[in-house]
Structures are given as structure tokens and as C-alpha cells.
Design a protein around this ligand. Sequence first.
Ligand code: IMP
Ligand code: MG
Length: 187
Amino acid sequence: MKSATTDLPIELHDKCFELSISEVDLEARINTLGQAITSDMGEKDPLVLVVLKGAFVFAADLLRALEFDPEVEFIFLSSYKGMESSGDVKLLRGFDVDRVKGRTILVVEDIIETGTTIRVLNDFLRENGAVDVRLATLLFKPASLKEHTEPDYVGFEIAREFVVGYGLDYEQRGRSLPRIYKLKAEG
Ligand code: IMP
Ligand code: MG
């Protein structure tokens, strides 16, 4: 079961997770990001490209924190197996790439770990004529990077730890949790 309002640990499959980032902290940070994106990018009329599945909750809150009304598209990428990034990025479902040509794109991601997913997506967008690609990610694990990436907007930098909740999953569970949890150390 989901723990609704407490900060008690939770179980998903065979693993135990503990609170990492609360709803209050998520909301405050996302509002700040929304304001920064509005003032930096509002005039450029960016196409917002949400990376599914993980970024859907973050995107829903971030979009409502913007003070402009952008076009929104979704791309469905997958690179994860269990608790590890496979390094092999699969395009599971795309969108009409003609919409990218000549546009400024704001990619919305849940988390950047190795940086591979975002590098592949960035190359794809540039090849299809995007003039500028900016990146907003809720979470960033700088210690896990394998490819150079500098996200433009970062919600929270976190350590090399596995997290779930607020859109992020462990083996397809945990996405509906309203806050971020991290894997609890054993013992
Ligand atoms: P990257 O290609 O290694 O940067 O991996 C990025 C993708 O892996 C993210 O979009 C997530 O979907 C997934 N991912 C990375 N770290 C975590 C985590 O701690 N929990 C859940 N999913 C993660
Ligand atoms: Mg993702």
C-alpha cells in the first residue's frame, strides 16, 4: 500500500525505500524552476518535449508553473532494466518530428543518471533541425554521469542512489507516490 501522508518507509517488490524529497520541497522547487524557465524561455515559444514514462508527473506540475502556454509533445524512450541503466536507448514511441524543425525545444526529463538517454535525444533533435535544445530535469546524479551533460534546469542534485516516486519507478511500481523515496540501506 501507498503511505498517504506519513514519512514511513515503503516496500516495492522486494525492496524497502525511505523518504528523500517531500511534496512541499518538490512543489517549492518546481515553482522556482517554472519562474526561471518563464523568464529565460517564455519569449522563444519553446516546444516542450516530455520524456515518458518517468517525467509525466514532473511535467504536469512544471507546465502549470510556467507563465506562458507552450505546445507540448511526448516521446517514449526506454533504457532501464531493474535498477540499472542499460546504455541502450530504445525509442518506443515518437511524435511528428517535423514539429522540431527551426524550434527551440525544452526537454523535460525525470532524472539524468549516465546522461546517455539525453545525449541520444539531443542528437536526434539536432539532426531533425532543432535550433536550440534546453533541458529541464527534476533529478540529477552528477556522480553517475558517463557522458558530458549540463542540464539547464535541475530540480535537485542527488547522490548515486536509486530513487522512486513522483513518476519514477522500480520495475513499474512507485510512479504514483507523491514524493521521492530512496532505496534504504540494508540491515
Ligand atoms: P541515463 O540514460 O542513464 O541518464 O538514464 C536516464 C533514465 O534512467 C531516466 O530517464 C530514468 O527513466 C531512468 N533512471 C535513472 N536513474 C533512476 C532511478 O534512480 N530510479 C528510477 N529510474 C531511474
Ligand atoms: Mg526517464
